[in-house]
Design a binder for this molecule. Sequence first.
Ligand SMILES: NC(=O)C1=CN([C@@H]2O[C@H](COP(=O)(O)OP(=O)(O)OC[C@H]3O[C@@H](n4cnc5c(N)ncnc54)[C@H](OP(=O)(O)O)[C@@H]3O)[C@@H](O)[C@H]2O)C=CC1
Ligand SMILES: O=C1O[C@H](COP(=O)(O)O)[C@@H](O)[C@H](O)[C@H]1O
Length: 500
Amino acid sequence: MTLNNQQTPSSLITIFGATGDLAKRKLYPSLYHLFTKGKISKHFAVIGIGRREWSNETFQEHVRTSVHNAIGSNENIEEFVSHFYYQAHDVSSDESYRELKTLSDQLDEQYQLEGNRIFYLAMAPEFFGTITEQLKKQGVTDAKGFQRLVIEKPFGHDLPSAEALNKQIRESFSEDQIYRIDHYLGKEMVQNIEVIRFANAMFEPLWNNRYISNIQVTSSEELGVEDRGRYYEKSGALRDMVQNHLIQMVALLAMEPPIKLTTDEIRSEKVRVLRSLRPIEGEEVKDYFVRGQYGPGKMHEQAVPGYREADNVDDESNTETFVAGKLMIDNFRWAGVPFYIRTGKRMETKSTKIVVQFKDIPMNLYYNPGKPLAPNLLVIHIQPEEGITLHLNVKKTGQDIETTPVKLNFASHDLDGINTPEAYEKLLHDCLRGDATNFTLWDEVKLSWAFVDKISEIWESTQQEDFPNYPAGSMGPKAADELLDKDGFNWWPIGKLDVE
Ligand SMILES: NC(=O)C1=CN([C@@H]2O[C@H](COP(=O)(O)OP(=O)(O)OC[C@H]3O[C@@H](n4cnc5c(N)ncnc54)[C@H](OP(=O)(O)O)[C@@H]3O)[C@@H](O)[C@H]2O)C=CC1
Ligand SMILES: O=C1O[C@H](COP(=O)(O)O)[C@@H](O)[C@H](O)[C@H]1O
């Protein structure tokens, strides 16, 4: 059963990987926010699990510091951290799970948690199968309330490994107990895509191949690979960003209106989009996809090294840190409309934006050879700013009938006057309430791996001779511009939302 937004269920949250980076930077600050906003019941407890031999007090201090560093506020922090317990645990030892069961049952009684349990796996994926198997085998999931499993990305490395992982997990948890995280689905403006489309009479009738010429989705990062070389060398931007976040955004942009706003209906419409994705394989890959790798360059006037200079990265690495691609959705609504996607590390700016470019009007009464009409654009600013911009043409003030482009801006914070919650805060809250809409269904994961695998097969079997092919601090390789140029389009700038 899904609780409404105001209800605050009791729950025990067990975090595997509690001493790690994700828990520190995202999970504790998000839980604290939920706690201070009263969105988490006082009937909650957290068990943190890691290998290091910490006491409860050391763990509580770690949580206190994480919250302080992320938020800078300490209101009610002592009460918050008093709910945190730690267990040093070896994921493969039976004994560790028996101890976990004892501690879970004890906290259940102490905090009246009604047997509700969430298991958050914030650890390397190779442990997921063992953990889920042991949770069941040692009876940690034998409690009378809900049992939910939250799984971090990456969900597999390709389709076969994702299938194997899914099979293992499904032996202990049913699909409706599994919450696969894609943190982009927790972002305010990603959630807004459906509302912009389905709550506005002016967009929905135009949202098809008769009126839209192309859609561009960019997620660029300023950061480089940092200290994640070991993981990234095996992943690359295609698996790290495209298989999940970018394809998920495309599915939300392209799906049919669901008959109801329920988890099942929304997810099944997204699955239908993924089933309509034109497979790109073999020789076609080079016509539809471009890969890049950053070399040395400058970020904000500072010289920065190239990808191949990072720790745990091969001197001749063939791993892509940039991807641009053209996706075609072969259904009635979208036939002929390219969805261009682009993501990369060490790019000029940190920005995630969607640009919907409308077709030109049938006859331009204001045609001026030196000054063609600008196309109408709808820009959805996902981050760092949140909002929308509509690009229109109006009459230039004065006597001549001349047109000029104008932008209508809406910044999300103008409406609420508050900073929107972090994606992880929303997703944790959704999981507590039993709402799996913004988590990925196995069918979605399966279809997006099937699509991406065909591209990685080609890329992994051919060395990209011109790597590194874009300098740090740029917008990627020239070939990414040519990808649109040959279709008669260009990437729209992904600059700031111009709101005072
Ligand atoms: N960090 C991030 O921003 C993001 C991370 N993720 C995903 O989240 C997961 C965790 O990432 P991250 O926090 O960065 O990883 P870290 O390497 O920082 O942390 C790993 C955690 O796993 C624990 N651990 C490792 N081996 C064992 C074991 N045998 N038994 C028990 N505990 C063990 C570590 O405990 P100890 O150190 O005490 O041994 C530590 O708490 C990964 O799947 C990653 O892909 C996803 C998106 C973003
Ligand atoms: O999942 C990931 O996302 C981040 C980018 O997330 P954002 O919310 O900052 O846009 C990316 O840096 C990381 O490589 C990837 O694993």
